[in-house]
Design a protein around this ligand. Structure first.
Ligand SMILES: Cc1cc2nc3c(=O)[nH]c(=O)nc-3n(C[C@H](O)[C@H](O)[C@H](O)COP(=O)(O)O)c2cc1C
Length: 437
């Protein structure tokens, strides 16, 4: 009998929660944002729920004018090395910018994390978004989109070559013959490209799981093509089922066109959940956070997204439909998402600000463990995704809710594992051990 396909779930860690007002909640752990034991506890909670991985985004600049919310703090690879020592099975995925790292730095850091964690490292390769980040790395601005993605392609080629520069049997460690290494199983890379010159080999032996797992998160045409060629799992954004199906069909077709099997690449849209023992309790959890929002800042941001001025509007009145997207001259993706939120949920202005404050357009499910599991099951069975990238509105509370209330319901439906299938992130993802190329 064919083995039943089950969900893949990652916890996307982000400070004390993805809701921008989470830090203001009286129970928040805002004071512990630089305390590694806080993140170790979150990783252990994710492991208690048998999630595939914890995941960190990353940025290389902060805005000193933005004082109303949390921002970057601990460098993710450093944090994950500590979290590896506090856990045994959970995957450890970080974001790596191909625009700012050199492939040698990235390959060495990630291979080290893979050894430290006994085979649980993954990397989400992004091309970065802001000129302020570029100005911390010796540039005036980011290179244009095409150049960033060309560099990302070459970056990944070199990463793979460096990880493959050590064979499986390179470490001989024969005391009697005095031979530590097998020179025949270690090779130079000798890469000469448009962006990088790298001789190799890497300074770290072959990874415990062969190579760290490659994730990708770009939504543009170039981002999807990069994902199709190299990604072993994809982080995506979809507010509703039709958007998720459209994205998944497109990326799966590109994966097949790149000569790969689409079933080997997990597509994981972001998912914000408010879980309650009753529907009312779940709604109350969202309302409690929404009430803490910096309303003026949120209304100003909504104005940028929609071109509408909501200043002075009644926060508790329903928001009217937006004009057709053709009449809006700004970024259309975000505008369309706001349109879909309004037409699908008929929110009050405060509720709309709350949806955007947590996840900003990622799928949002509010309800009991059963109703949330129903919707997760619907997305999964319709082929919209292979699992989710959980964006908990608060950490640790919403992650505890998901692990203690939703995971058992998914397990009852045979949609999620009750034990880890092995010891590495590749074992959890079912992605197989890569051979040395
Ligand atoms: C779940 C998710 C997480 C992301 N994390 C990051 C991040 O940490 N750092 C970053 O620079 N971009 C991040 N991105 C953005 C993209 O990966 C990409 O760098 C950016 O969108 C530009 O590429 P695009 O034009 O192909 O979308 C993330 C996107 C998604 C969906």
């Amino acid at each position: 009998m064919a083995e039943q396909r089950t969900l893949h779930l990652n916890a996307f860690l982000y400070g004390v929660g993805h809701h921008s007002a989470a830090w203001r909640h009286p129970d928040s752990c805002a004071e512990r944002i630089g305390d590694i034991s806080f993140f170790e506890e979150l990783a252990r909670t994710a492991e208690r729920g048998h999630l595939d991985a914890v995941f960190f985004a990353d940025g290389h600049s902060v805005d000193p004018e933005y004082t109303a919310g949390t921002t970057w703090f601990l460098e993710p690879l450093t944090a994950l090395a500590a979290m590896a020592r506090a856990t045994e099975r959970i995957g450890l995925v970080t974001t790596v910018s191909s625009s700012f790292y050199t492939p040698f730095h990235a390959a060495r850091l990630l291979a080290s994390l893979d050894h430290i964690s006994s085979g649980r490292a993954g990397a989400n390769i992004v091309t970065s978004m802001f000129d302020t980040e570029a100005r911390n790395h010796g540039f005036d601005r980011l290179p244009d989109h095409e150049e960033r993605y060309s560099r990302a392609e070459e970056f990944i080629d070199v990463l793979l070559a460096l990880w493959d520069s050590w064979g499986e049997d390179a470490l001989v460690i024969d005391r009697s013959s005095g031979r530590y290494l097998d020179a025949g199983d270690i090779s130079r890379v000798d890469h000469r490209g448009r962006f990088f010159r790298v001789d190799g080999p890497l300074t770290v032996p072959r990874c415990v799981q062969g190579r760290p797992v490659l994730f990708q998160a770009g939504a543009s045409d170039a981002g999807r093509t990069l994902a199709a060629r190299h990604a072993e799992a994809v982080y995506s954004v979809a507010w509703d089922l039709p958007a998720a199906v459209e994205y998944a069909s497109d990326v799966r077709a590109r994966i097949a066109a790149a000569g790969r099997d689409p079933r080997t690449v997990a597509i994981l849209p972001g998912l914000v959940t408010y879980v309650g023992r009753t529907e009312e309790e779940a709604l109350a959890k969202k309302a409690e956070l929404d009430a803490l929002l910096d309303v003026d800042a949120a209304i100003a941001q909504l104005g940028v997204f929609t071109g509408q001025d909501y200043t002075g509007h009644d926060l508790d009145a329903a928001v009217a439909d937006l004009p057709p997207v053709e009449e809006f001259t700004g970024p259309q993706g975000r505008y369309s998402t706001v349109q879909r939120i309004i037409s699908s949920r008929r929110p009050t202005l405060r509720e709309l600000l709350g949806y955007l404050a947590a996840g900003g357009g990622h799928a949002t499910m509010i309800g009991t463990p059963e109703t949330i599991a129903d919707r997760i099951e619907e997305w999964f069975r319709s082929g919209a995704c292979d699992g989710f990238n959980l964006m908990c509105p608060t950490y640790p509370a919403s992650l505890d809710d998901f692990v203690d209330l939703v995971v058992p319901e998914l397990q009852r439906r045979n949609l999620f594992r009750s034990e880890y299938p092995g010891t590495t992130l590749r074992d959890s993802l079912g992605s197989g051990r890569p051979t040395v190329r």
